[in-house]
Design a protein around this ligand. Structure first.
Ligand SMILES: Cc1ncc(COP(=O)(O)O)c(C=O)c1O
Length: 306
């Protein structure tokens, strides 16, 4: 359960948590057209708070809006300022932030071209998405019976509300089968991503992840890991990954704002490498947590300090 905090930002106002309500005719609730983001603010080693890659997340929010042709009433800078105001109002030194741009109530039917486009931001405390043990010991994943969206059917580069029924079905199926997370293949059988994470493998010292032209979200954590790997001198490739390449990988891990860097120790009951957290994964994970939590000051350009 999400623990309530004092306020939620809606349409330029900070509204008391319990008063943050939307109308039952909200168009996005019925048809799923809308954009959202997930951003984390971390408390750093020195006691200050910084939002990680806020501007990259907001660029993707506005890109998603462009993809589905909705225009927020607020600018990028106004939403960025609102995220910070929300954290201050709730005295939160750590939070998960959820900006949402959605189609409000007015007309019904899929067209509804003149319904108001509304913006809201919610903040809550969210620990390790797949559990603390998951980050330290790795998780068991299952290839889903659900394929990832085909690029000719949906807009995988958008974080579009309605597209997440695919992720929800895959995640529920995996959990009902007593696995921790789903891995979705594309319609051609190549590895795409998790229900809410990008996927990496390590093979013979090379770090490999599907390219952006695959049916994946352009994850900001994915981009962060690619940048860190290059700095570490780890050879990096953006290539399609087949199911057998995944099974035969030396290491594998998920990345995401919520999941952070989570090792995958098993896929479809097969151990990945020795079934423990691999050395490349550990090295990248340590640097990632160092950067977001403030023991590593090498990327100040990724931080929006409160
Ligand atoms: C489907 C999907 N893939 C990948 C990711 C990881 O993206 P990011 O690292 O930007 O959080 C997310 C999370 O937003 C997601 O929902």
């Amino acid at each position: 359960m999400v623990q309530k905090v004092k306020s939620i930002w809606i349409e330029g106002e900070l509204v008391a948590w319990d008063d943050a309500k939307i109308h039952v005719l909200t168009h996005s609730l019925h048809y799923g057209l809308g954009a959202f983001e997930g951003v984390r603010a971390y408390k750093r080693g020195d006691g200050t708070t910084a939002i990680f890659r806020l501007h990259d997340h907001l660029d993707r929010l506005f890109d998603t809006c462009r993809l589905v042709m909705i225009e927020p009433r607020f600018t990028h800078d106004q939403v960025a300022e609102a995220c910070q105001a929300l954290l201050r109002d709730n005295a939160m030194d750590e939070a998960y932030l959820r900006p949402v741009v959605y189609v409000g109530d007015g007309a019904m039917g899929v067209l509804a071209p003149d319904n108001p486009i509304r913006t809201m931001i919610i903040a809550w405390k969210w620990g390790a998405y797949l559990g603390r043990d998951a980050v330290e010991l790795g998780i068991r994943a299952k290839i889903s019976s659900w394929a990832r969206h085909h690029v000719h059917v949906s807009l995988a580069k958008g974080k579009i509300m309605g597209q997440y029924t695919n992720s929800t079905m895959a995640k529920r199926e995996a959990k009902m089968g007593h696995y921790d997370e789903a891995i979705l293949l594309d319609v051609n059988g190549y590895v795409a991503e998790g229900s809410g994470e990008n996927l990496f493998i390590v093979k013979k010292g090379r770090l490999i992840t599907p390219p952006l032209s695959a049916s994946i979200l352009a994850g900001i954590t994915r981009d962060t890991i690619l940048a860190i790997a290059r700095e570490e001198g780890i050879p990096v490739a953006e290539e399609m990954i087949s199911r057998d390449q995944l099974y035969l990988a030396d290491e594998s891990f998920f990345t995401g704002t919520a999941a952070e860097v989570t090792p995958i120790r098993e896929v479809d009951d097969r151990k990945i490498g020795p079934g423990t957290v691999g050395p490349v994964t550990k090295r990248l994970q340590d640097r990632y947590f160092g950067i977001v939590k403030g023991t590593d000051e090498s990327h100040p350009e990724w931080l929006t300090r409160l």
